[in-house]
Structure formats: C-alpha cells, structure tokens
Design a protein around this ligand. Sequence first.
Ligand code: PGA
Length: 265
Amino acid sequence: MHLLVAEDYDALSRMAARLLADALRAQPRASLVLPTGNTPLGLYRELAALHARGAFDTARLHVFQLDEYLGVTPDDPRSFYGWIRRVALDPLGIEAERVVRLRGDAPDPDAACREYAAAVRDAGGFDQVVLGLGANGHLGFNEPPADPASPTRMVRLSAETLASNARYWGGEGRVPPYAVTCGMANILAARRKLLLVSGAEKRDALRRALDGPVSPESPASYLQHSGHVTVVADTAAWPWPQRGKARWSGAVGRLRRLVLAAAGR
Ligand code: PGA
C-alpha cells in the first residue's frame, strides 16, 4: 500500500490526477471505475486540464460506474451517471458507448446488476478503480457491514449515508433509500486502486480503514489485505501527526514507514 499525504485538497487533486494520468498513459485500453462525490471533483478538474494538454488519451478507455441510486434516471442531474457525465466523461471526451452504467432505473435491477457483472467479466475485471471514502467507511455504497466477496447488487443506504448525502438532495428524506453498487468483490479484485480522502470528517474512517481491524464494519479496511492500493489523503483527513515524536507501533509503524518512503525521505 502506498500512502501519500497532500498538504491540502488542491494538492491532493493534483497528486491524484498525475498518478491517474500516468496509469492511463501506460494503459490506454484500461477498464476504469470512476466515483462521484465531492472528493474527486478536483481530480477531474486537473485530469481534464492534463487531457487537454495531451498528457493521455481517452479514446480507448472503458469506464464503469461505481454506484448509482435506485430508481433515478440517468438524465436526472442528481443521478450518479448524470453527475459523472458532467464532471468527468464530457470534459474527458468519453462517449456513452464506452461507459458501462449501473442501471438503477432498470425495471429489473437484479437483472441489470447481472448484466453489469457480465460486462465486468468480459472486460477481464477492472484495471483501475478510483474511490472516495464514506464517513462510515463505505466504498462505493458498500455499506457496513459489507462482505469482501459481495457482488454487484442492490443495497439499502445506511442512516449515516442518507444524512451525508442530504446535501445533494435538499434534505435527508429526499435521498433515495436504495442504491446499486458494483460490489466489494469487483473493487478488491481491481488491479490498481486509488483511494482519495479529504477533510476532517473522514479522519476517523481513514484511521479505521488503515489501522483498524479488517472487518465488515469498515469496508475500506479490506484494502489493507488487497494489493496495489494507493491512498492520497490531505492533512485534514490524515489521522496521525506527521512530525514530532509520536511513537508508532504495530500497523501504524509500518504505515508510517510507508508514508516516509512514499514521500522520498
Ligand atoms: P464524498 O463522498 O466524496 O462526497 O465525501 C464519498 C463517499 O461517500 O463515497
């Protein structure tokens, strides 16, 4: 696991965009999972600027949706598809036919999940997954408790997620209570994972993800046992002091050394 601590949100966004642009330049046919949420907005802005300067090509990428609300049509601007199209797909010039949607508006959502899972298998799994972190430790609406082998499926959103997403819907009671997610199994099997974590409200979830027990109660903690993970956090989200004489032990000691290694010190 590589851990990178950026000074602030803008630095996190630039760091993540450089990492992702390098990965996409090396693998222009990648199957790529892009998340919604506030955290990746800066990444998408930076990535679009790099793309406009010719840093990488998107013509052969295949993008998969990470999660979606149930019963919300893709033309609804509050749908995750509508969101990702506005902030990432359009600026990066990625056409609809190269995007595999999670069809939360399908008449039979279970069948739509099976179709999505088949498309992931056909693509040979995900090459690169970009993730945000829920304040309750969820990844892509895999709410705790989440099984690491959980497939693409319908989920009920937790009270914490409904409260957190109320800001996008004008009130908690308006947030769709169900969603579809690509599932933990697909995320953990991805060949590279990039987790972005910003803000003090994510600090506890990040601490549990990196240093807590690996447990269904903290779905992001499964990343501890999953290869090829890069975490980019800003200092507001980073749960440990970066300087001084803090004593590090156990897993945190290992993580601390990794941070220092990642920072080139
Ligand atoms: P946020 O959402 O980036 O809007 O905080 C992250 C998440 O809930 O996965």
